[in-house]
Design a protein around this ligand. Structure first.
Ligand SMILES: NC(=O)c1ccc[n+]([C@@H]2O[C@H](COP(=O)([O-])OP(=O)(O)OC[C@H]3O[C@@H](n4cnc5c(N)ncnc54)[C@H](OP(=O)(O)O)[C@@H]3O)[C@@H](O)[C@H]2O)c1
Length: 196
Protein backbone atom coordinates (compact mmCIF):
# COMPACT_ATOMS: atom_id res chain seq x y z
CA UNK A 1 0.00 0.00 0.00
CA UNK A 2 1.44 3.37 -1.05
CA UNK A 3 0.24 6.57 0.65
CA UNK A 4 0.76 9.59 -1.59
CA UNK A 5 1.01 7.41 -4.68
CA UNK A 6 0.04 10.29 -7.01
CA UNK A 7 2.82 12.58 -5.81
CA UNK A 8 6.32 13.04 -7.25
CA UNK A 9 7.96 10.45 -5.02
CA UNK A 10 4.85 8.27 -4.84
CA UNK A 11 4.52 7.96 -8.62
CA UNK A 12 8.16 6.89 -8.94
CA UNK A 13 7.84 4.36 -6.13
CA UNK A 14 4.58 3.03 -7.58
CA UNK A 15 6.11 2.58 -11.03
CA UNK A 16 9.21 0.88 -9.66
CA UNK A 17 7.47 -1.49 -7.24
CA UNK A 18 4.76 -2.37 -9.77
CA UNK A 19 7.58 -3.23 -12.19
CA UNK A 20 8.96 -5.57 -9.52
CA UNK A 21 5.66 -7.46 -9.53
CA UNK A 22 4.14 -6.07 -6.34
CA UNK A 23 0.35 -5.80 -6.22
CA UNK A 24 -0.27 -2.22 -5.10
CA UNK A 25 -3.09 -0.33 -3.39
CA UNK A 26 -2.75 3.42 -3.99
CA UNK A 27 -3.91 5.95 -1.39
CA UNK A 28 -4.25 9.73 -1.42
CA UNK A 29 -6.54 12.50 -0.27
CA UNK A 30 -7.86 13.25 -3.74
CA UNK A 31 -6.92 10.20 -5.83
CA UNK A 32 -6.06 6.52 -5.55
CA UNK A 33 -7.78 3.19 -4.98
CA UNK A 34 -8.63 4.40 -1.47
CA UNK A 35 -9.15 8.05 -0.47
CA UNK A 36 -7.74 8.86 2.96
CA UNK A 37 -6.27 11.88 4.69
CA UNK A 38 -3.80 10.21 7.02
CA UNK A 39 -3.88 13.20 9.39
CA UNK A 40 -7.45 12.18 10.31
CA UNK A 41 -7.63 9.19 12.70
CA UNK A 42 -11.23 8.39 11.67
CA UNK A 43 -10.17 8.19 8.01
CA UNK A 44 -7.23 5.95 8.99
CA UNK A 45 -9.68 3.50 10.59
CA UNK A 46 -11.70 3.50 7.35
CA UNK A 47 -8.50 3.01 5.34
CA UNK A 48 -7.63 -0.19 7.19
CA UNK A 49 -11.21 -1.43 7.00
CA UNK A 50 -11.06 -1.06 3.20
CA UNK A 51 -7.47 -2.18 2.64
CA UNK A 52 -7.62 -5.37 4.70
CA UNK A 53 -4.30 -7.11 5.34
CA UNK A 54 -1.22 -5.89 3.46
CA UNK A 55 2.43 -6.98 3.33
CA UNK A 56 4.02 -3.54 3.22
CA UNK A 57 3.03 0.07 3.83
CA UNK A 58 4.94 2.84 2.10
CA UNK A 59 4.37 6.50 2.91
CA UNK A 60 5.46 9.16 0.42
CA UNK A 61 3.28 11.95 1.85
CA UNK A 62 3.79 14.69 4.41
CA UNK A 63 3.71 18.41 3.79
CA UNK A 64 5.96 20.82 5.69
CA UNK A 65 6.14 24.63 5.43
CA UNK A 66 9.43 26.17 4.28
CA UNK A 67 10.19 29.64 5.74
CA UNK A 68 12.89 31.30 7.82
CA UNK A 69 12.91 31.03 11.60
CA UNK A 70 11.75 34.67 11.72
CA UNK A 71 8.74 33.80 9.58
CA UNK A 72 7.76 30.37 10.93
CA UNK A 73 4.90 30.62 13.40
CA UNK A 74 3.97 28.22 16.16
CA UNK A 75 1.13 27.06 13.89
CA UNK A 76 3.65 26.30 11.12
CA UNK A 77 5.61 23.97 13.40
CA UNK A 78 2.33 22.44 14.57
CA UNK A 79 1.30 21.89 10.95
CA UNK A 80 4.63 20.24 10.11
CA UNK A 81 4.27 17.99 13.13
CA UNK A 82 0.64 17.10 12.35
CA UNK A 83 1.13 16.46 8.64
CA UNK A 84 4.50 14.73 8.56
CA UNK A 85 5.14 13.28 12.01
CA UNK A 86 1.85 12.47 13.70
CA UNK A 87 0.22 11.35 10.44
CA UNK A 88 2.99 8.82 9.76
CA UNK A 89 3.10 7.67 13.41
CA UNK A 90 -0.67 7.15 13.38
CA UNK A 91 -0.37 5.24 10.11
CA UNK A 92 1.99 2.80 11.85
CA UNK A 93 0.08 2.77 15.14
CA UNK A 94 -3.28 1.98 13.54
CA UNK A 95 -1.75 -0.31 10.92
CA UNK A 96 0.08 -2.75 13.17
CA UNK A 97 -2.75 -5.26 13.25
CA UNK A 98 -3.23 -5.04 9.49
CA UNK A 99 0.33 -5.62 8.29
CA UNK A 100 1.65 -9.15 7.84
CA UNK A 101 3.72 -10.53 10.71
CA UNK A 102 6.92 -10.20 8.67
CA UNK A 103 5.69 -7.14 6.80
CA UNK A 104 7.08 -3.62 6.87
CA UNK A 105 6.43 0.08 7.13
CA UNK A 106 8.56 2.54 5.16
CA UNK A 107 8.19 6.21 6.05
CA UNK A 108 9.66 9.35 4.49
CA UNK A 109 11.80 12.12 6.01
CA UNK A 110 14.35 14.25 4.12
CA UNK A 111 17.84 15.73 4.21
CA UNK A 112 17.16 18.76 6.51
CA UNK A 113 17.30 16.49 9.59
CA UNK A 114 21.00 15.79 8.98
CA UNK A 115 22.24 18.79 6.99
CA UNK A 116 21.29 22.41 7.79
CA UNK A 117 19.07 24.01 5.16
CA UNK A 118 18.01 27.67 5.43
CA UNK A 119 14.20 27.94 5.76
CA UNK A 120 13.88 24.25 6.65
CA UNK A 121 13.68 24.36 10.46
CA UNK A 122 10.15 22.92 10.52
CA UNK A 123 11.14 20.21 8.03
CA UNK A 124 14.26 19.40 10.05
CA UNK A 125 12.18 19.05 13.21
CA UNK A 126 9.63 16.80 11.51
CA UNK A 127 12.20 14.64 9.72
CA UNK A 128 14.27 14.16 12.86
CA UNK A 129 11.19 13.20 14.84
CA UNK A 130 10.06 10.57 12.35
CA UNK A 131 13.56 9.04 12.22
CA UNK A 132 13.75 8.91 16.04
CA UNK A 133 10.32 7.29 16.17
CA UNK A 134 11.29 4.60 13.66
CA UNK A 135 14.47 3.63 15.51
CA UNK A 136 12.52 2.90 18.67
CA UNK A 137 9.43 1.47 16.97
CA UNK A 138 11.63 -1.07 15.16
CA UNK A 139 12.51 -2.68 18.48
CA UNK A 140 8.90 -2.95 19.58
CA UNK A 141 7.17 -4.07 16.37
CA UNK A 142 9.57 -6.87 15.38
CA UNK A 143 9.34 -9.14 13.46
CA UNK A 144 7.53 -6.45 11.48
CA UNK A 145 10.10 -3.95 10.17
CA UNK A 146 10.11 -0.16 9.93
CA UNK A 147 12.55 2.10 8.06
CA UNK A 148 12.70 5.70 6.86
CA UNK A 149 13.85 6.90 3.44
CA UNK A 150 15.61 10.27 3.75
CA UNK A 151 16.28 11.81 0.33
CA UNK A 152 18.12 14.96 -0.64
CA UNK A 153 16.16 17.32 -2.88
CA UNK A 154 14.77 15.37 -5.85
CA UNK A 155 16.47 16.16 -9.16
CA UNK A 156 12.96 16.52 -10.56
CA UNK A 157 12.08 19.14 -7.88
CA UNK A 158 15.03 21.44 -8.55
CA UNK A 159 12.87 23.86 -10.54
CA UNK A 160 10.97 24.60 -7.30
CA UNK A 161 13.59 24.06 -4.60
CA UNK A 162 17.09 24.62 -6.07
CA UNK A 163 17.51 27.94 -4.22
CA UNK A 164 17.01 26.21 -0.87
CA UNK A 165 19.72 23.61 -1.59
CA UNK A 166 22.82 25.42 -2.93
CA UNK A 167 25.53 22.91 -3.81
CA UNK A 168 23.54 19.95 -2.51
CA UNK A 169 23.72 16.76 -4.56
CA UNK A 170 20.16 16.08 -5.75
CA UNK A 171 18.74 12.56 -6.00
CA UNK A 172 16.85 11.32 -9.06
CA UNK A 173 13.42 9.88 -8.28
CA UNK A 174 14.50 6.54 -9.75
CA UNK A 175 17.01 6.26 -6.89
CA UNK A 176 14.42 7.31 -4.33
CA UNK A 177 12.26 4.47 -5.64
CA UNK A 178 15.15 2.02 -5.22
CA UNK A 179 15.54 3.21 -1.61
CA UNK A 180 11.93 2.26 -0.98
CA UNK A 181 12.50 -1.08 -2.72
CA UNK A 182 15.44 -1.74 -0.40
CA UNK A 183 13.26 -1.03 2.62
CA UNK A 184 10.33 -3.14 1.40
CA UNK A 185 12.20 -6.14 -0.01
CA UNK A 186 15.32 -6.09 2.19
CA UNK A 187 16.07 -7.13 5.75
CA UNK A 188 16.82 -3.81 7.46
CA UNK A 189 14.80 -2.38 10.32
CA UNK A 190 15.14 0.80 12.34
CA UNK A 191 17.30 2.26 9.57
CA UNK A 192 17.35 5.67 7.93
CA UNK A 193 18.14 5.10 4.25
CA UNK A 194 19.90 8.32 3.19
CA UNK A 195 19.94 9.28 -0.50
CA UNK A 196 22.27 9.92 -2.16
N1 LIG B 1 10.32 17.17 -3.27
C1 LIG B 1 11.56 16.94 -2.79
O1 LIG B 1 12.59 17.33 -3.36
C2 LIG B 1 11.70 16.14 -1.51
C3 LIG B 1 12.97 15.80 -1.06
C4 LIG B 1 13.11 15.05 0.11
C5 LIG B 1 11.96 14.64 0.80
N2 LIG B 1 10.72 15.00 0.33
C6 LIG B 1 9.54 14.54 1.07
O2 LIG B 1 8.91 13.56 0.29
C7 LIG B 1 7.51 13.57 0.55
C8 LIG B 1 6.76 13.61 -0.79
O3 LIG B 1 7.20 14.74 -1.50
P1 LIG B 1 6.68 15.01 -2.98
O4 LIG B 1 7.49 16.12 -3.52
O5 LIG B 1 6.58 13.71 -3.72
O6 LIG B 1 5.21 15.56 -2.64
P2 LIG B 1 3.95 15.74 -3.62
O7 LIG B 1 4.33 15.67 -5.05
O8 LIG B 1 3.22 16.92 -3.11
O9 LIG B 1 3.08 14.43 -3.31
C9 LIG B 1 2.52 14.16 -2.07
C10 LIG B 1 1.41 13.14 -2.27
O10 LIG B 1 0.90 12.77 -0.99
C11 LIG B 1 -0.51 12.95 -0.96
N3 LIG B 1 -0.80 13.44 0.40
C12 LIG B 1 -0.36 14.58 0.97
N4 LIG B 1 -0.82 14.70 2.23
C13 LIG B 1 -1.57 13.58 2.44
C14 LIG B 1 -2.34 13.14 3.54
N5 LIG B 1 -2.44 13.85 4.66
N6 LIG B 1 -2.99 11.96 3.44
C15 LIG B 1 -2.91 11.23 2.30
N7 LIG B 1 -2.20 11.61 1.22
C16 LIG B 1 -1.55 12.78 1.29
C17 LIG B 1 -0.83 13.95 -2.07
O11 LIG B 1 -2.04 13.70 -2.74
P3 LIG B 1 -3.40 14.41 -2.34
O12 LIG B 1 -3.11 15.88 -2.27
O13 LIG B 1 -4.39 13.99 -3.32
O14 LIG B 1 -3.67 13.79 -1.01
C18 LIG B 1 0.27 13.64 -3.10
O15 LIG B 1 -0.13 12.59 -3.94
C19 LIG B 1 7.25 14.77 1.47
O16 LIG B 1 7.16 14.33 2.80
C20 LIG B 1 8.49 15.62 1.29
O17 LIG B 1 8.78 16.38 2.45
C21 LIG B 1 10.57 15.72 -0.80
Amino acid sequence: MIIGAAGKAGRAVHRHLAGRGHEIITVGRSSGDIRCDITDPAQLDQLWAQAGRVDAVVCAAGEVPYATIDELSSEDYQAAFTQKVLAQINLVRTGLGHVAERGSFTLISGIPSRDPVVSAAAAAMANGAIEAFARTAAVEIAPRRINVVSPSVFTESLDDYADFFPGFVPVPLAEVARGFQKAVEGAATGQVITLP
